[in-house]
Design a protein around this ligand. Structure first.
Ligand SMILES: O=P(O)(O)OC[C@H]1O[C@@H](O)[C@H](O)[C@@H](O)[C@@H]1O
Length: 321
């Protein structure tokens, strides 16, 4: 692992060897960017370890980022992949996390860049086979005092973002460093960029039980094999096929994104639609709800209990269609 720490650095190609991914820091040390020799790229803000951009080799952006998103650390980022931990939404009746703000503190804490690693496929050192993994860390010692008052547990988070030519994997490991158990929820809140929400279908949810957050949290069963979005949608699904069965986002009948989960049983589908988009100060343009859909892999319907020393790992791999 190289590139440890937060100093500006550029780790580029080595003469005589196959071109390597380039990892750079922004001038103000707020962001890490990795670019594969074939042109694919990912950008991660240290604030929240929020992935704010993922582009293919043509430079086409895959994640929706609000034009009104705050990227200066003053507010959770509206777009990209905010990281939700240790509570999904708010849980006023949950003793341990009841005081925390919506979606917890991981998305509003400054993370440390731990380093990068690269790997090649078994076939050899062709640039086409390269991937780059960026690791980020957040632990008790690095969160602010206010957070420690609201959630008094010793913990360690490692978040890994792996860029391949046609996929992005984001993986979170939560470790309980305390001498008492704690309960937590985890969610990878991905905002997918799409061209037209009216042409979108989400598959892989048929038969799944879901909590409909726009209908008094009533519990329903998804009857559609191809879910379309026609109004405000905020649902917490538990797909029947388990994490490895893909949930796909299709546009005009073609698969754009396919999400496979590891150890994350739930999938939130969210689109604010017209009125809710208008009510969010950082959601811009207001018509932007037509160009995004959140399909969020998580463990949020219950709680993960971590005993002292135990770890929980959850991940998603998003593959381009
Ligand atoms: O505005 P926030 O805190 O980023 O949350 C956005 C949405 O996130 C989703 O995960 C929730 O299900 C929604 O209820 C919520 O509105």
């Amino acid at each position: 692992m190289v590139g440890r720490g937060n100093k500006p650095t550029a780790l580029a190609a080595t003469p005589g060897l196959a071109p390597q991914p380039t990892v750079t820091f922004s001038d103000d040390n707020s962001k890490v960017t990795a670019v594969l020799p074939t042109g694919e790229s990912v950008e991660v803000l240290l604030y929240g370890a929020t992935v704010i951009s993922w582009k293919d080799d043509q430079g086409d952006e895959k994640l929706w980022l609000s034009e009104g998103a705050k990227l200066d650390g003053s507010k959770a980022v509206r777009g990209g992949i905010p990281l939700v931990f240790p509570v999904f939404g708010t849980a006023p009746d949950h003793a341990q996390t009841g005081k925390l703000p919506q979606h917890g503190f991981a998305r509003t804490s400054r993370w440390e860049f731990l380093g990068k690693s690269t790997s090649e496929s078994a076939e050899g050192k062709e640039a086409a086979d390269l991937s780059v993994k960026l690791d980020f860390g957040l632990s008790t010692g690095s969160v602010d005092e206010k957070t420690k008052e609201l959630w008094a547990y010793a913990f360690n988070l490692i978040y890994s973002v792996t860029l391949n030519r046609t996929s992005l994997t984001t993986a979170l490991v939560v470790t309980n460093d305390d001498d008492k158990p704690f309960e937590c929820q985890v969610l990878l809140h991905t905002y997918f960029k799409i061209k037209d929400i009216t042409a979108v279908e989400v598959t892989g949810l048929e038969g799944a039980s879901y909590i409909d957050k726009v209908d008094n949290a009533s519990v329903k069963t998804e009857s559609s094999a191809n879910l379309t979005i026609t109004g405000e949608t905020d649902r917490v699904y538990t797909p029947t096929g388990g994490p490895q069965a893909p949930v796909t986002i299709k546009e005009n009948g073609k698969t754009r994104y396919s999400v496979v989960r590891d150890n994350l049983n739930d999938v939130v589908v969210w689109n604010p639609w017209i009125e809710k988009a208008k009510s969010m100060g950082d959601f811009a343009p207001k018509e932007g709800y037509k160009n995004m859909i959140c399909v969020e892999a998580g463990s949020v319907r219950g709680w993960q209990t971590l005993e002292p020393g135990d770890a929980f790992e959850g991940a998603q791999t998003i593959t381009l269609g």
